[in-house]
Unconditional design. Structure first.
Length: 157
């Protein structure tokens, strides 16, 4: 089985990676992409959100076989050029608005927000609330909303 993650093709060992293995565990354990977090394992918290063909999905419940032939993007590929210090508008806004506290939910929230901004470049608070239903125990949701609005403005400029 072969999957494409962050623009690279990966051949997966059929013995080590059965088709029903959740994408989350393939990303973390087989490919070493640990930015995507395990939170609940039942698609309730959103810590594991990645993009599959541009759509935000909860990778803890998606079997790896479901992404064969599709483009998977993780938080590691969110920044356009991290080696040169170029971050995604959301990452910059996250820093500017001091969003992270414990940080555990952040990669999933960033990926959900990035998918939202692709669909809706001018999101309302209601759009943000509907798209970002991730669990955040730190209470930084108001700052997340401010940062998403700031990133949307920056992307339009």
């Amino acid at each position: 089985m072969e999957i494409q993650v962050n623009g690279e093709r990966h051949a997966l060992d059929a013995v080590a990676v059965p088709p029903e293995m959740p994408l989350l565990w393939v990303l973390r354990d087989e490919l070493g992409l640990t930015g995507t977090k395990y939170g609940c394992g039942v698609a309730a918290c959103g810590a594991c959100i990645v993009h599959v063909d541009g759509q935000a999905v909860r990778s803890c419940v998606v079997p790896v076989s479901a992404v064969v032939g599709k483009a998977v993007r993780t938080v590691e590929a969110l920044a356009p050029d991290p080696a040169r210090g170029r971050l995604h508008a959301l990452q910059l806004a996250w820093l500017e608005h001091q969003v992270p506290q414990c940080g555990y939910c952040q990669s999933g929230v960033l990926m959900a927000a990035a998918a939202l901004l692709i669909r809706k470049p001018r999101p309302t608070d209601a759009d943000i609330d509907a798209a970002i239903d991730n669990l955040c125990r730190c209470g930084s949701t108001p700052r997340m909303r401010q940062a998403i609005h700031a990133a949307a403005r920056a992307q339009r400029a």
